[in-house]
Design a protein around this ligand. Structure first.
Ligand code: MRU
Length: 348
């Protein structure tokens, strides 16, 4: 694993370096910045994406904001930093990890006086590095727990991209696949292309190919056929937010896949760390779902694929009801329904 390790984001000598995922698979391009506004733009445009990575990026965005407040000698540095945190929080609404990271940052800012900005900088940097490290460790544990569900010879269907590009480690759902493959289980991944932004086609196949996993790309609307043909033994997806009752928000199309799996009696697994859980929400109905611009679905490579001006609806996520989820893989273990014991994980 080590030699194939990919770092989607890194803190390097006072700046943040990240892979611009919109350029993949054509170019592996890195961006370096010390400007939190560039990081906000990167989150909004999905240059950095996936729930855990959005959280880590948000944390480093706060670090760069605190540095800027110090270096430009703003008149009210704490209020200025809080305003920057609010701007970062407005970048994308669904991934719980973003708010999980910002809540930790806010607490640190609130604990300091205006004369303690250098101290605050050290604190927010160490929180961001902790979030990154914790994420890497959680991925490994999810991999360990999740791979107990995977047998040699399994076909596995995935949706969106959930690997090294979206975490500080090996990934959530794809992390489980990587872990099982290191146990010498021969696996075959069927990657949903994931319209409209093609995270499955552009990123999951790229990651799997680099990692030596047998991967086959399918159109989203081929999933039912592939499952019906008996090519897959389970589905594993990630999550952007999980409510107390286990309802799970993930990339649009995940719900379709869960329904397909249910209809064909194929286990449907979700893999996510505790930073994705939102126990303040009773059910998935309360999860804020991001709606993105119609341009993402009416154009491909800037060319129209629908009549100009046509009405289009583009929700970026959907909610899979808990009853369709066979198990949720976390760093604490594999949880099976009924999903009642979350509270213990929350107290961690
Ligand atoms: O819009 P994206 O690409 O950020 O959506 C990402 C997903 O939906 C992932 O499946 C989810 O974040 C879980 S991956 C760790």
């Amino acid at each position: 694993m080590e030699e194939k390790r990919l770092r989607a984001i890194e803190w390097m000598d006072g700046s943040v370096k990240f892979i611009d995922q919109t350029e993949l698979p054509n170019k592996l391009d890195y961006v370096e910045t010390t400007d939190y506004r560039v990081l906000i733009e990167a989150i909004k445009m999905l240059r950095v994406r996936g729930a855990p990575l959005i959280g880590i990026t948000a944390a480093y965005a706060v670090v760069t904001a605190v540095r800027e407040a110090i270096d430009t000698k703003v008149s009210d540095p704490l209020n200025w930093t809080m305003k920057a945190i609010r701007e970062i929080g407005a970048s994308r609404p669904t991934a719980r990890n973003l708010f999980f990271a910002l809540e930790r940052m806010k607490e640190a800012v609130e604990s300091k006086g205006a004369g303690e900005m250098e101290k605050l900088f050290d604190i927010v940097l160490s929180i961001a590095q902790d979030i990154e490290k914790e994420d890497e460790e959680m991925c490994l544990k999810m991999g360990e727990h999740g791979s107990s569900l995977i047998e040699d010879g399994f076909g596995i269907i995935t949706h969106c991209n959930t690997g090294m590009l979206v975490t500080a480690g090996q990934g959530t759902a794809l992390g489980v696949v990587y872990h099982a493959s290191r146990q010498n289980k021969k696996l075959h991944v069927y990657a949903d292309e994931t319209r409209p932004l093609l995270q499955g086609a552009r990123l999951t196949t790229w990651e799997c190919k680099n990692y030596g996993i047998h991967v086959t790309l399918i159109c989203d609307n081929a999933a039912a056929t592939v499952v019906r043909q008996g090519k897959v033994n389970c589905a594993i997806v990630g999550a952007d937010r999980i409510a107390s009752n286990g309802d799970t928000a993930n990339k649009i199309g995940t719900y379709n896949l869960a329904l397909i799996c249910k209809a064909h009696n194929v286990p449907f697994y979700v893999a996510a760390p505790y930073s994705t859980f939102d126990f303040s929400l009773k059910s998935g109905d309360e999860i804020p779902i991001e709606e993105r611009k119609p341009e993402e679905i009416v154009k491909i490579n800037k060319g129209w694929i629908a009549p100009e001006g046509i009405d289009a609806y583009n929700p970026a996520f959907d909610v899979t009801p808990a009853e369709l989820i066979s198990a949720i893989i976390t760093e604490e273990g594999v949880f099976k329904p009924p999903y009642g014991e979350w509270k213990e994980m929350d107290a961690k």
